[in-house]
Design a protein around this ligand. Structure first.
Ligand code: SF4
Length: 147
């Protein structure tokens, strides 16, 4: 969708119900993964990966950021995710994006096979379209724009 047709904050549908439903559906799918909270996946320079967020995920993550009293993201000194706290924990855990829920960390067992989550990715993309998004974009790029 061109920026000319992009939905503004005031006419954008609320993303919460669908995002919560997608995350709940994901959580109900049993796959052998064990997060050891090493936060390797949150250290983008180390992992070589940055979560890509659709607009619905970004809007929902932004709610988590605002709920913690922040209106801006400060770059992490180590080049890690700006949402990684000084205690080594995600500061928006309940609002973390889809990619952070599918264990792209090898230590946890590796990324979920796409066939297990393809329908959920399609739902995220459909919501992105409805909200006027431009598809998945890096967390550090899309999140500041919606805060
Ligand atoms: S949003 Fe949270 S879980 Fe995801 S990379 Fe950032 S700190 Fe890690």
């Amino acid at each position: 969708m061109s920026s000319r047709h992009r939905k503004t904050k005031s006419n954008r549908p609320d993303e919460r119900e669908e995002i919560r439903s997608i995350y709940a559906d994901l959580a109900s799918r049993e796959l052998p993964r064990e997060c050891a909270v090493r936060t390797h996946c949150c250290h983008f320079r180390l992992s070589g990966h940055t979560p890509m967020l659709t607009l619905g995920e970004a809007l929902y993550a932004a709610r988590g950021v605002r709920a913690s009293g922040r209106t801006k993201l400060k770059p992490h000194p180590d080049g890690a995710c700006p949402l990684l706290g000084s205690d080594g924990r995600c500061t928006i855990y309940e609002h973390r994006p889809f990619g952070c829920r599918t264990h792209f960390c090898q230590a946890a067992g590796g990324m979920y096979p796409r066939k297990h989550v393809a329908d959920l990715i399609q739902r995220l993309e459909a919501l992105d379209e409805k909200l006027g998004g431009d598809g998945g974009r890096p967390l550090v790029s899309i999140l500041p724009e919606v805060l």
